[in-house]
Design a protein around this ligand. Structure first.
Ligand code: C2G
Length: 176
């Protein structure tokens, strides 16, 4: 009798887990990046969140999936801070950007970020155990851990490709 060996078809070989957008799921690596995941009660993130889009929401979603019991606090850059960072005013006002972020179901609270230099102060003020940013900022906020006497760890998540506020603005202006 001939021996039948079963090899999995190429398409059924398990690959990296992906979310509904085909993006890699990073909850495990985010959890692994902190020494004690159970110590994470509050996670903080910052951004302008202008023309709120999938790339922004995926940061919130991955944090909440990695730490479902933690509070997610979002610092939204003020209009003045955005002007100084990007030399242009945001399309959407700070009040509306705060409102939109607060309506995302993964977000527990929002506040206005007035200055980049105050990051460690904001982390202390909100008792943050972990600061998470997209990896376009890789390494940029590592100093926060030392400035909070080791209280707040820092981690970076893969930036979502093919979507940005700039590309949305360009599409809108092209279609006028
Ligand atoms: N982001 C992402 N994928 C995208 C676009 C943005 O993961 N396609 C992430 C960024 O890496 C950042 C967050 O979404 O962590 C907010 O993005 P922005 O609003 O562009 O933030 P930015 O104005 O760069 O402010 O203190 C705030 C910092 O200066 C970041």
């Amino acid at each position: 009798m001939s021996e039948h060996r079963h090899f999995p078809k190429k398409s059924s070989i398990p690959t990296r887990p992906v979310d509904r957008f085909g993006m890699s799921v990073e909850e495990d690596s985010l959890r692994a990046s902190v020494s004690d995941p159970l110590r994470i009660h509050t996670v903080i993130t910052f951004g302008t969140f202008d023309c709120l889009h999938r790339g922004h929401v995926r940061i919130f979603e991955r944090v909440k999936r990695a730490f479902p019991h933690a509070r997610l606090v979002v610092g939204v850059s003020s209009d003045a801070l955005n002007c100084s960072k990007k030399q242009r005013a945001p399309i959407v006002s700070c009040a509306d950007r705060l409102y939109m972020c607060s309506c995302v179901r993964y977000v527990d609270s929002v506040f206005t970020e007035e200055s980049l230099e105050l990051k460690a102060e904001y982390c202390k003020m909100h008792a943050a155990d972990l600061l998470v940013m997209g990896d376009d900022h890789l390494g940029r906020f590592d100093w926060v851990t030392e400035a909070t006497a080791g209280r707040c760890a820092v981690a970076y998540l893969e930036r979502t490709p093919h979507i940005s506020t700039t590309s949305i603005i360009e599409k809108c202006s092209d279609s006028l």
